[in-house]
Design a protein around this ligand. Structure first.
Ligand code: CA
Length: 216
């Protein structure tokens, strides 16, 4: 899952980016409104964490412009005493908000819920045959035995599982599993797919030649 954070306070931006990477997300960042809008329009993020008060373009303007072209889930960061902001945010098309200063676990939970809702899932648990994926705990089991996956392998499994039955292209996977700081090597994806198959069974991920990958 790839997240964009738009936030102009450097410490908060760096801290949030680090914490989200530790949770296994690919993270891009923008420290002003123009850059944030540019990235949100041009990349296909799983969610955007958007501060309200930003230089160049504020969060409202970004949200309004983005909503004209995309439904990317947006979580607004609002100030404590601006309850009007929250109403305005939800009216303008924000999917959720947290009030600064916020708890990281709360922000993580809200992001997971947003991503889940976008994929039309109501629980944290996804079952595919003998494979169970817990998207809150970020763990996977096979016939009720825990399976050790690397962070990238987990992200691959989770993304395909949330798009079960759809063919996901290699380009989509690169966009959602890696961020602007990653060096992408074209064969790396195949290595992750091959490792997941070793751990969860060769049939778990189907290759559609020339199209991409799929979990049936
Ligand atoms: Ca700000």
């Amino acid at each position: 899952m790839r997240i964009l954070i738009v936030e102009d306070e450097p410490d908060l931006l760096a801290g949030l980016a680090k914490a989200l990477r530790e949770e296994g997300y690919a993270v891009d960042s923008a420290n002003d409104g123009e850059d944030g809008l540019y990235k949100a329009e041009n990349y296909d993020y799983d969610a955007v964490v958007l501060d309200v008060m930003l230089p160049k373009l504020d969060g409202w303007e970004i949200l309004a412009r983005l909503r004209k072209i995309k439904k990317t889930p947006v979580l607004m960061l609002t100030a404590r005493d601006q309850s009007r902001d929250r109403v305005r945010g939800l009216d303008t098309g924000a999917d959720d908000y947290v009030v600064k200063p916020f708890d990281l676990p709360e922000l993580f939970a809200r992001l997971r819920a947003l991503i889940r809702r976008t994929a039309n899932k109501t629980t944290n648990l996804i079952e595919i045959g003998d494979v169970k994926i817990d998207t809150a705990a970020r763990n996977v089991s096979l016939t009720d035995k825990p399976v050790e996956l690397t962070a990238r392998e987990y992200s691959l499994v989770e993304f395909l599982a949330l798009h079960r039955g759809e063919v996901v292209t290699r380009t989509q996977l690169y966009e959602h599993l890696f961020d602007e700081n990653d060096d992408t090597f074209s064969n790396l994806l195949d290595v992750h797919v091959s490792n997941v198959r070793k751990k969860l069974g060769a049939e778990f991920i189907t290759t559609r030649r020339g199209h991409g990958y799929c979990i049936e």
